[in-house]
Write a protein that binds this ligand. Structure first.
Ligand code: NAD
Length: 433
């Protein structure tokens, strides 16, 4: 098929590469010229394992191209995918302006029947508004199909080729059948629903996963007080097939471009129909407290933070991505700097993105994990990059002013670190000191 994807970010770019690899002819559109220029030269503007190589193969084969010319890209396509951002607004509501602008541009460019697939995460009822906007601008026939995206940054290529399921929300069986056909090679688990249910499935899924994280974090907080070990507790819980083991890793909470914004948006969606989503509000509160606790804990471990030096390992909201949107590192580092702490930071790929959003004279940008720890009064691990787990902690301890480690992701074996004369603190596990 001839596809055009509007929005060449984490979702649009990976989907574009994936659909091209399946043999479709794909044009990826973005409004950012710099991004498109880079892509035209075969360079990817994000860090996503496996994507670069696949992009080059498909671009060289002539199945994948990049442009800022939305009008022509729409005219040349049978199927158009919207994958623009839907970031949070101040009140938590999803910002729909990028979506509506894209819909208007599609409407103005229409030159025949097209299917418009919405991959962006959008509040219930948005697909109908998109339909109305396109119909306002054009008299050509078209269908809008909701196909929410579930890929995870860091494993986005694998997730795109091997999704757990594809959800297709449509009010027209013919359009739904074409959408099913497009995804047929990827999985047999394709669920066709009405449009509103498809929109809701995406929010409900993210809200549920966020709930599991906040749940296990609260269990961790109680474990700390009663002397239990949350990793053992999660292991034991996960053996129950009704529960399962995923998303039960206690730590400093979730971040990223999806869970924080989608939980807040769902609270708003519920509020708009006079439903008070109490459970989800607590999930959000627990997550905020969990990252705030880091500062409080550091103070308990080393006393007043003012004038101290703290090393930070990890800025990305999770490993294998350069995405720092709503990462716990942001709140934690901003608070440390506010308290006159010298913060020595290191992340294998997310330093540039973090620095674009927040820089300060108290932040020292380090070129490797060891140099970040030199002269530090404490080390905080905020992202579980594999390289941190493999560090020689004896060397790390010898570089530090005080061998104090706060492991915000429970990466290290307690006994091992304790044996190296570290004061070691983690989340929901008894201290050995
Ligand atoms: P992103 O911010 O990385 O990318 C969005 C891109 O759209 C940007 O490059 C922007 O320049 C472009 N854009 C905006 N308006 C445009 C327009 N009118 N014309 C052309 N380009 C335009 O966003 P993302 O992380 O890829 O997320 C996209 C959507 O997918 C969001 O709704 C998000 O919630 C959802 N989603 C994201 C993930 C994820 O892991 N990132 C996973 C599942 C779903």
């Amino acid at each position: 098929m001839k596809l055009t994807i509007i929005g060449t970010g984490y979702v649009g770019l990976v989907s574009g590469v994936c659909f091209a690899d399946l043999g479709n002819h794909v044009t990826c559109v973005d409004k950012e010229e710099g991004k498109i220029e880079k892509l035209q030269q075969g360079e990817i503007p994000i860090y996503e394992p496996g994507l670069q190589e696949l992009l080059r193969i498909n671009a060289d084969a002539g199945r994948l191209s990049f442009t800022t010319d939305l009008t022509n890209a729409v005219r040349n396509a049978e199927l158009i995918i919207i994958a623009v951002g839907t970031p949070s607004m101040a009140g938590g509501e999803a910002n729909m302006s990028y979506i509506y602008r894209a819909a208007r541009s599609i409407g103005e460019a229409m030159n025949g029947y097209k299917i418009i697939m919405i991959k962006s995460t959008v509040p219930v009822g948005t697909n109908e508004k998109i339909k109305a906007i396109i119909a306002e601008c054009s008299s050509y026939p078209f269908d809008v199909v909701a196909v929410p995206e579930f890929l995870r940054e860091g494993s986005a290529v694998k997730d795109s080729f091997h999704p757990d399921r594809i959800i297709i929300g449509s009010d027209n069986p013919k359009a739904a059948a074409i959408a099913v056909e497009l995804h047929r090679e990827l999985t047999d688990n394709i669920l066709v629903t009405d449009i509103r249910s498809a929109e809701m499935i995406k929010y409900a899924s993210n809200a549920y996963l966020a709930t599991r994280i906040s749940f296990i974090n609260e269990i961790a907080n109680i474990c700390e007080k009663v002397g239990a070990d949350v990793t053992e507790v999660a292991l034991g819980m996960g053996l129950d097939q009704r529960i399962g083991s995923s998303f039960l890793n206690a730590g400093i909470g979730y971040g990223g471009s999806c869970f924080p914004k989608d939980t807040k948006a769902l609270i708003q969606i519920a509020g708009n129909v006079d439903y008070d989503f109490k459970l989800l509000k607590s999930v959000v509160d627990v997550n905020r407290d969990q990252r705030n606790n880091v500062i409080q804990k550091l103070e308990e471990f080393i006393g007043s933070l003012r004038g101290r030096t703290i090393a930070i390992w990890g800025l990305a909201f999770k490993p294998n991505t350069d995405d720092v949107r709503e990462a716990p590192s942001q709140d934690i580092i901003e608070e440390l700097v506010r308290r006159d702490v010298i913060v020595k930071v290191y992340d294998p790929v997310a330093m540039d993105n973090f620095r674009k959003g927040f820089d300060h004279p108290n932040i020292i940008w380090c070129s490797n994990a060891i140099s970040a720890t030199e002269g530090a009064d404490a080390l905080c691990l905020l992202t579980e990059w594999p390289e941190f787990a493999e560090m020689d902690m004896r060397v790390v301890g010898s570089k530090m002013n005080n061998a104090v480690l706060f492991d915000g992701r429970n990466v290290f074996k307690r006994e091992l670190i304790h044996h190296l004369d570290f004061q070691y603190y983690s989340v929901g596990r008894p201290h050995l000191n």
